[in-house]
Design a protein around this ligand. Sequence first.
Ligand SMILES: C[S@@+](CC[C@H](N)C(=O)[O-])C[C@H]1O[C@@H](n2cnc3c(N)ncnc32)[C@H](O)[C@@H]1O
Length: 278
Amino acid sequence: MAQAVKKPGRAVRLPAWRTVAYEIALNGWRILRETVNDFSLWRLIEYPWATRALEVQPGDLVLDLGSGTSSYPHMLAKEGVDVIVLELDADRVRWQLAKRRATARRGDGRFFPLVASATAMPIRDESVQRIAAVSSLEHIPDDEAVGRELARVLAPGGLAALTLPYTSKGRTDFFKGIRKFLPAGPNAFVQEGKAGSFFRFYTEADLHRVYVAPGALKISPLEGFGRSILNGRYHETRLTRYWRRFVLKDLLLALIVHPLEERFDRSDPLYVMFTLRK
Ligand SMILES: C[S@@+](CC[C@H](N)C(=O)[O-])C[C@H]1O[C@@H](n2cnc3c(N)ncnc32)[C@H](O)[C@@H]1O
């Protein structure tokens, strides 16, 4: 799986408008009026960022951790990138394979489904140049095992692009009023009545302890999203049910409100994005 370091070539770019175009191509027009497949405003910020951060070119291989039912691996494959879809839930991997069979075209990158846990990956030491983990590792209770595994499988010079929920000290009002989450530890929650649904926020110290320290990796500056306007209205209110509809509205929020927030709003972001280099 190890690949030669950089060769000159076309960088793959997935601007927000193109991720919407891919979602329509992969899921049909209904994506414009309802959120399906883990897709939301945040992905319009995360997928463009992760693709840029990983410096991906056609023919490269990306290991996508916790793919769920996301379209991201398909978008990469359509750009000529080979993808390993690593996901714990076998049903979701089957869903991904069915989606792949229905949408594959000549010239796409290869698609390697893998039912496995990010805490114990069936992957050789130092064999992967690029890892993406988009809004997935916060759902894994044993995140320290994931941190060790990331350090183990990354090839020297390799890059991992992570997006994770963030707090500078503590979040107690998570999803207030819309879903019942019970505290399971500092900044960690389990969803009431839904076995196994785990969620956590990271402080900067947590990020260093769990993901940087095990491999003495080099971390980039944190980039944020979901500050007061988007987080307060998008995620944690009773309006969420309506607010989450209409992906074209998400596109406008990603292109207009998100950059303004990042420029002028110093409140805690809901999520941070960063790379780790070995
Ligand atoms: C929020 S979803 C995925 C988001 C997706 N990456 C996206 O771009 O929309 C989180 C996924 O992580 C998966 N997951 C949970 N524990 C895992 C583990 N130990 N190893 C791999 N995947 C895991 C869940 O089954 C779920 O599909």
